[in-house]
Structures are given as C-alpha cells and as structure tokens.
Design a protein around this ligand. Structure first.
Ligand code: PMP
Length: 432
C-alpha cells in the first residue's frame, strides 16, 4: 500500500505538534503514522487513497457509521440556529429524557463533552456525596486523561507489584504525588481481593469506578456475579458505584452494561456512541446523588450542552430507540467472532475470542484471561504482525491489542466476509 502522502504529512506535522498528532494514541511510529482523508459508513480512506474496512471506529464512538446521513442532517439544522448560547435548549432536555428512558440507573443527567470530563465530574460528585476521598479502580481500566485515574491503566503489569498488594502505577509524569495516596487499584474479577481491600479501607473510599467490559484491555468481560458483587459491597459500605459506560454505553445494548448485566450503579458515565462521533458526553445517576450538583457541588463548562453534540445525540438516540440497530450490530459481531474462532481453530492457533460482539478482541496463546495481568501473557507480538498484514489487505482493527474491534450498523455481511477471508490469508502468511 502507498504511504508517501501520510509520510509527507508526518514530516510536516511532527515539526508543529508533539509526535505529529493531537492525541498520543494516534501516533504509530515515525514511519508508520497514517493520516486520514475521509470516512463514510464502515470505510475509511487515508490520504494516500487506501481504503480500509474500519474496526477502530474512532476508538468506539461510531455506532451507526461514519458521516451518517440522519445524524449529519440533524446537526446541519442545528448549525443554522447557532450552537452555543450559555443557555439551555429544548434539544438538551430531549436528550436528557432519552438517556433517562434508556439507562436503568439514570434518574438525572448532566451533559458534558468527553469521557474524561464525565469521569472527572463523577469523582467529584461521589467525593462530595460521601465526604470521603479515595477511589478504587481496577487494573487495565482506563477512564480518561485527568490525573485522578491515570494509574495502572494500560501499563506493563510488572509495574503493578504483587497481586496480593497491588501498587497503583502512575501512567505519566506530571501527576502530583499526593494523588497516589487517593487511589486503590486491584485486579479485575478478583472477588476475594476486592472484599479484603474494602474490609480494611472502606471508611476512606468514596467510589469504585468500573469499566464493565475492559474496553481498554481486549474486551475482557466481568465474571458471572462480579458486577453484582461490586454493587453489594458498595451498598454495604456506603460507597458510590460509578459504572464507566464510555465505551459500552449505547453500544452493547440500548441500556448499556446496566441492561446486559442487570446492574444498577449509583452513577454512570457516557460519551463515545452517544453522539456517533460528535463531541458529547454525560454523567448521570441516582436523583439523590446527582442533586448534590448545584447544591454545594460545582459542575459545568462553556461547551457543555453545545448544539452540535446535542443535535447528534438527539438523532443517534432516536435511531437507537426506534430501530433494531444494536441488535443488527451484535448479530454481525457474532458472525465475525464465530468466523474468527473457526479460522483460528483450522489454523491450529490457540486464540481466545472474548468480549461483547459489538466490542471484542482475541488473545493468542492463553485461555480466558479474567484480568490485565493474565492477558499480558498473550502473544502480543504475533497480534501486531497479524494487524500489520490485515492493514495491507484493507482491514483496519486497531494495531494495539488492548483496543477492541468495534462494529457499527454500516458494517455489512459482505464486509464481515471480506474480513474473514483476509484473516484466513493472513494466518497462512504470518507464522507464529
Ligand atoms: N472511559 C473509558 C472507559 C474510555 O474508554 C475512555 C476513552 N477511551 C474514556 C473514559 C475517556 O474518554 P475521552 O477520550 O472521550 O475523554
């Protein structure tokens, strides 16, 4: 595939922007960073004109398809009425009504602009509500770029210490040392360790924040009963249960992980699929907790409830509410998962396909990883080589094995077949 134009853009951009990109995750190397021309439906074209079937979908937001006509039409209408007022529009109220109708645990909601903002505000609300300061998170879970939760997210688990006494490992320079004292991190899906940790610390813990499916660690799912166990522990100790549905929300079901796993959190955070790619996000939850906002708890922002994001959310949620979109996405995802299992089986490669059909991945050389420590023993080198070979055939999941494959409504059966055919070829060509 041609790469000359991407390379020329990287040469220009790297003089002007750190790593030549506007978000670290978009940098793939000095001679491997692609630049995009456009995207439509399930396809994306890079600046050299190469076309890909897109399974990155912007890290998950695109649930309908790129440049989806019904969403774009609603956004265009909104543009002509102005998009930012420092006042509240009826469309914002309508989006709040839709979110409350769809999400079992959400009685009240505030709109923000990104997942990072949503989790940051959720932490403040939980701390204010409980009068406690510590936050418990799980290893391998990512909740945005703010300082409070960038511990033990996508790092090498060898930095996390012993499983019995995990060390919350900061993922970047620049995080104040004092924030280290406010974080507890434990491996996911470990009932006993969670119980033990809380037995000793509960009186300091404001919130447990959970990515229900590890959307930043290959789509690992909760073990049966684990989310219910977190719910029970939170209720027992008066801890706020924050379900981070930034990746799972409006993707794995209309009511997200709350619906799929039959769980009612105290607070939930949304972004990504809420606006099919436009900047809009939300935090919501129990009335009593959300009502602390404005009564001693600050929350707001110039762009919160902006007309563009809100119009996109209004159109996206209306479609999800009225059409069997997520059922179709899941059906295609199941077909892709089944096809991959069968191809790996025929090739004699031990590969574990895990996650929800709308966001899943596979790990090579290990069985049923339940947490990031177990997953890190998978053959990630081989995964990278497979992805490089898929790109050459116009199939684009993320190259990073932590990032799931995302499906959208615009992926057709023919796209799934083309992907499986490409994978068959690739497994013949790229040996472990
Ligand atoms: N929470 C989760 C679970 C996420 O996956 C992400 C982003 N990948 C975030 C929060 C942060 O969202 P954003 O990038 O919109 O700030």
């Amino acid at each position: 595939m041609k790469r000359q134009k991407s390379q020329a853009l990287w040469d220009r951009a790297s003089e002007l922007m750190p790593l030549g990109v506007n978000s670290n995750f978009r940098y793939w190397g000095d001679d491997a960073t692609l630049y995009v021309q456009r995207a439509e439906g399930a396809y994306l074209w890079d600046v050299d004109g190469n076309r890909y079937i897109d399974y990155r979908l912007a890290f998950g937001p695109i649930i309908l398809g790129h440049a989806y006509p019904a969403v774009n039409a609603r956004v265009r209408e909104a543009l002509d009425s102005g998009v930012l007022f420092a006042m509240t529009s009826e469309a914002e109220v309508r989006v709040a009504e839709r979110i409350v109708a769809l999400c079992p645990g959400v009685e009240k909601v505030r709109l923000v602009n990104s997942g990072t903002e949503a989790t940051m505000h959720a932490l403040r609300v939980a701390r204010a509500y409980t009068g406690r300061e510590k936050i418990l998170k799980f290893e391998g879970q990512y909740h945005g770029f703010h300082d409070y939760l960038m511990f033990s997210t996508y790092g090498d688990p060898s930095a996390y210490g012993s499983r019995r006494s995990p060390i919350p490992a900061p993922m970047t320079s620049g995080i104040p040392r004092c924030l280290h004292d406010l974080i507890l991190s434990v491996p996911y899906n470990d009932f006993e360790l969670l119980e033990q940790t809380l037995r000793h610390t509960w009186h300091d813990v404001a919130a447990i924040i959970v990515e229900p499916i590890l959307g930043n660690c290959a789509g690992i799912e909760p073990l049966p009963g684990f989310l219910a166990f977190i719910r029970e522990q939170c209720t027992r100790y008066g801890i706020v249960f924050i379900l981070d549905e930034v990746k799972s929300g409006f993707r794995i079901a209309r009511g997200g992980a709350q619906e799929v796993y039959d769980i009612v959190p105290d607070l939930a955070t949304y972004a990504k699929a809420l606006g099919n790619g436009y900047p809009v996000a939300a935090l919501g939850g129990k009335r009593e907790i959300m009502d602390t906002i404005g009564r001693g708890v600050s929350q707001g922002g110039t762009f919160c409830g902006n007309g563009v994001g809100v119009a996109a959310a209004d159109a996206t949620l209306e479609l999800l509410q009225t059409q069997p979109i997520l059922e179709t996405v899941a059906e295609r995802g199941r077909k892709l998962q089944a096809g991959l299992r069968s191809i790996f089986g025929q090739a004699g490669i031990q590969a574990n396909v895990h996650g929800h059909p709308a966001m899943f991945s596979f790990s090579i050389g290990i069985h049923n990883p339940a947490d990031q420590r177990a997953w890190a023993r998978s053959d990630r080198d081989y995964y990278l080589r497979l992805m490089a070979a898929l790109y050459e055939r116009g199939i684009m999941p993320d190259y990073d094995p932590r990032e799931p494959w995302f499906l959208c409504y615009s992926h057709s059966d023919a796209d799934i077949d083309a992907t499986l055919n490409a994978m068959e070829d690739v497994l013949r060509e790229v040996k472990r």
